[in-house]
Design a protein around this ligand. Structure first.
Ligand code: KG4
Length: 333
């Protein structure tokens, strides 16, 4: 079954062609990062307008590179929530029109379900159930993946997403947008014990998370040293920050896996590209005798192949959207 899938929830426009869920024929991605870099963050209107400009060209290119014709497409899948609303609307409207004109079913896909499904592409043998930590620019959650379309959020951030916190740290240190990868790169040259940063403290659900305290601590540290005329050690701060982030995420995930009795742990989303988090997960999984699944960097960030993969399982579960499908800025998993 061939699916044309569409992703436009933030600052990547992407169109993919996937076969039977896990086989990626092509994944065409246009990153808008350069358009937003000058502003230090995503400007919603610029994002929407850029999606409008490139989306049809990407679809044409996807069909050509996959070596298929439009008539071969069996369904269209689209990431319809959550995300920047103006951006998501562009993808939804394009996908709707494509499904309408091709006369094929339209399949709605939750963006974070897509991130989790990136693991099915990377690891052909991976099947639910397993535990997944989804960490991206807009979402941070611990998900009990009981089946392909039966997912339960056990804990989530109560304020900022992990990626937001990386990007804010980068910004206050004067690093380019999107900042996560720059914080990661600098952290490799620094001492992770140089700065003492707070770890998550939340009352109630032990698997909920909060990153606003960590973010504020970094901002205060940088501003205070500027006021005192002291030079901040950027490498040391990035290393200490990655350590604090990893120590907030990895042990929590391992504890939950133990509690749920899962031997398989997956990590997904843009922040899953972080080298400290990847290394710490690898060591923790080895120690606990659990199997770890972390996608290659190309499948961590936003892409459309992951939407096509999850779209296949949503289709098999009977999920379809009508021509009245809307886009949503927020949506439960
Ligand atoms: O999954 P993604 O592309 O978009 C969303 O669905 O939100 O994630 C983007 C986020 C950004 O916050 C970016 O800074 C972060 O992932 N990121 C990283 C790294 N690479 C990307 N964060 C930490 N370390 C990295 N190497």
């Amino acid at each position: 079954m061939l699916i044309l899938s569409v992703e436009s929830t933030c600052d990547e426009t992407a169109v993919a062609i996937t076969e039977d869920g896990r086989r990626v024929l092509t994944d065409q991605i246009f990153s808008q990062a350069d358009l937003h870099a000058v502003y230090g963050g995503v400007v919603p209107e610029i994002a929407s307008r850029s999606h409008v400009e490139v989306i049809a060209q990407l679809a044409d290119r996807a069909v050509a590179v996959a070596g298929i014709t439009k008539k071969d497409i069996d369904a269209v899948a689209v990431s319809y929530a959550p995300g920047l609303i103006g951006a998501v609307l562009v993808g939804v409207n394009f996908a709707k029109s494509a499904a309408y004109s091709l006369g094929v079913p339209l399949v709605p896909v939750h963006h974070v379900r897509g991130h989790i499904a990136a693991n099915y592409i990377a690891f052909p043998d991976l099947k639910p159930p397993f535990l997944c930590l989804a960490i991206s620019g807009g979402n941070t959650m611990l998900v009990d993946v009981r089946d392909y379309t039966e997912l339960h959020v056990i804990g989530a951030t109560r304020d900022d997403a992990a990626g937001e916190c990386f990007d804010k740290t980068a910004r206050v240190l004067g690093l380019p947008y999107p900042g996560g990868k720059h914080v990661d790169a600098l952290s490799k040259q620094g001492d992770d014990k140089m700065y003492k940063l707070p770890h998550i403290k939340v009352e109630g659900n032990p698997y909920d998370m909060s990153f606003s305290g960590l973010k504020t601590a970094v901002v205060n540290l940088v501003h205070t040293s500027e006021q005192k005329g002291e030079r901040i050690n950027r490498e040391g701060l990035c290393a200490s920050f990655c350590r604090a982030m990893s120590e907030s995420l990895v042990p929590r995930t391992m504890k939950l896996a133990q509690e749920l009795g899962y031997d398989k742990i997956a990590v997904a989303g843009g922040v899953a590209a972080n080298s400290r988090i990847r290394d710490d997960f690898k060591a923790a999984a080895e120690k606990a005798g659990k199997t770890l699944y972390v996608p290659p960097l190309s499948l961590c960030g936003d892409n459309a192949a992951m939407i096509g993969c999850q779209g296949y399982y949503e289709f098999k579960a009977g999920n379809r959207a009508g021509t009245n499908l809307n886009a949503y800025a927020t949506m439960e998993l």
